[in-house]
Design a protein around this ligand. Structure first.
Ligand code: PA5
Length: 425
């Protein structure tokens, strides 16, 4: 069960603003993710597709950018791929080097392609898909299209039309869910199912959390609330309101999401997109940054301790230690002077590093928020995804911006299309 913590100086929650924000989000035409909707027919088809891919492909290449790839990559990197089919990513940049590496890794192995794009017109994935299509045609001849899985809008877009024409198996992104809120739709579910992750547990946990949005708001906010579903609402509200208080009242313009688990790093990238794209508009927004400790204590640690005090830190902690305890051995010579750690589990040492860092950063003048997650399980991750999505939407709404659009993303495209000579630009 997710828990949000702060030190006592930060226990200032503006529940009224959050209550109004939640009411507005519930009415928003782009808040479909709020109820974690599942089309059972599509889910069944998706599981069969995942089995087919596992049976006939050593690689699944996921083609997509932004919200169309970060969420499922985050989950697969955090939980590990449990399948024989490896998941690779293309179309998330225009780097020829990056695409070359994908081609080199696949080599002569069997592969399938999952093209994911809500608009169906995004340049990066479209270019990568065109190149991958050539590879599929070359390797599989007339059967190439049976290895293409498309996740896109149900009714429109170039990718949708191509999928119909070439009879690709198609999955849909609901109209009322934007890219960065789509990880628990077919966008993320197909790649995660191919990686043999328990998508049912993930969905169940997120749906349980979603029940909370209809609970009595004031009761849910009570410190005595132990109702598992509405705890997620309460903790998301607390996180969102404190973020906004730190930003608007204390000038804390940057939030640094910290972890002591390297496998959480891609999740931090997903978090950065979620919050950055949802809040950064109309000349405002908390800048989302991330660090992986203890590694980054030896690089960014200096800045965190003594640099500009315009930031706050949110530490995501996993409270259940790794199944396989790694214990520091005794060494009779003790030349490295480490015998004081002999017999200690590495996770215990990491926990102490975390405690020490939080303490030192607070003393250094950084407000530190803490989010406790039980473990790296599908259920915990499903709940955490919902928690962050809800907190992000609440926080953006409280600051007065629309959490579900991204008008600024278009600006560079017009210039790029002009430079590349795209017709009509
Ligand atoms: O959150 C968003 O909407 C964006 O990050 C999109 O996911 C990203 O731009 C990719 O768009 P599309 O899925 O239409 O290719």
């Amino acid at each position: 069960m997710i828990r949000f913590k702060t030190d006592t100086t930060l226990q200032v929650f503006d529940f009224t603003a959050a209550k109004n924000a939640l009411a507005e989000i519930k009415q928003d035409p782009m808040a479909g993710w709020l109820t974690v909707p599942i089309d059972q027919e599509e889910l069944g088809r998706l599981k069969l597709a995942a089995q087919k891919i596992q049976g006939d492909s050593e690689y699944l290449i996921c083609v997509g950018i932004g919200g169309s790839y970060l969420g499922h990559k985050a989950v697969i990197d955090a939980l590990g791929n449990k399948s024989r089919t490896k998941v690779l990513y293309a179309g998330n940049s225009l780097s020829s080097q990056a695409l070359d590496e994908v081609f080199a890794e696949v080599g002569t192995s069997d592969f399938s392609v999952n093209v994911i794009s809500k608009s169906g017109t995004t340049t990066e994935p479209a270019v990568a898909f065109r190149l991958l299509k050539a590879g599929l045609k070359n390797k599989y001849g007339v059967n190439w299209a049976s290895r293409v899985y498309v996740t896109t809008d149900a009714n429109k877009g170039a990718l949708h039309d191509e999928a119909i024409k070439n009879k690709y198996q198609m999955f849909t992104i609901p109209d009322n869910i934007g890219g960065r809120y789509s990880v628990l739709t077919s966008v993320g579910l197909l790649p995660m199912a191919v990686a043999d992750l328990d998508i049912n547990s993930m969905l169940d946990a997120a749906r349980k959390a979603a029940v909370g949005i209809n609970s009595d708001f004031n009761l849910a906010m009570s410190p005595a609330n132990v109702e598992p579903t509405s705890i997620v609402l309460r903790e998301a509200v607390r996180y969102a309101t404190i973020r906004q208080m730190l930003y608007s009242k204390q000038g804390k313009e940057t939030e640094v999401l910290a972890t002591f688990e390297p496998r959480f790093a891609t999740f931090q990238e997903w978090w950065k997109q979620l919050f950055g794209e949802s809040e950064g508009k109309q000349d405002q927004g908390i800048f989302p940054a991330s660090v992986v400790y203890t590694t980054d204590l030896h690089s960014m640690g200096q800045y965190m301790q003594q640099g500009r005090r315009n930031l706050f830190e949110t530490v995501v902690k996993f409270t259940t230690p790794n199944d396989r305890a790694i214990v520091v051995p005794e060494d009779v010579e003790n030349l490295d002077g480490l015998n004081y750690l002999a017999g200690q589990n590495l996770d215990y040492i990491n926990t102490k590093a975390c405690e020490a860092t939080i303490h030192a950063h607070r003393l250094g003048g950084i407000p530190v928020l803490e989010i406790e997650v039980s473990d790296f399980s599908e259920a915990a991750v499903g709940e955490m995804i919902y928690f962050f999505e809800l907190a992000c939407a609440l926080s953006a709404k409280i600051s007065g911006v629309n959490p579900f659009d991204q008008p600024g993303v278009e600006a560079y495209k017009t210039d790029m299309f002009k430079l590349l000579g795209k017709p009509g630009f």
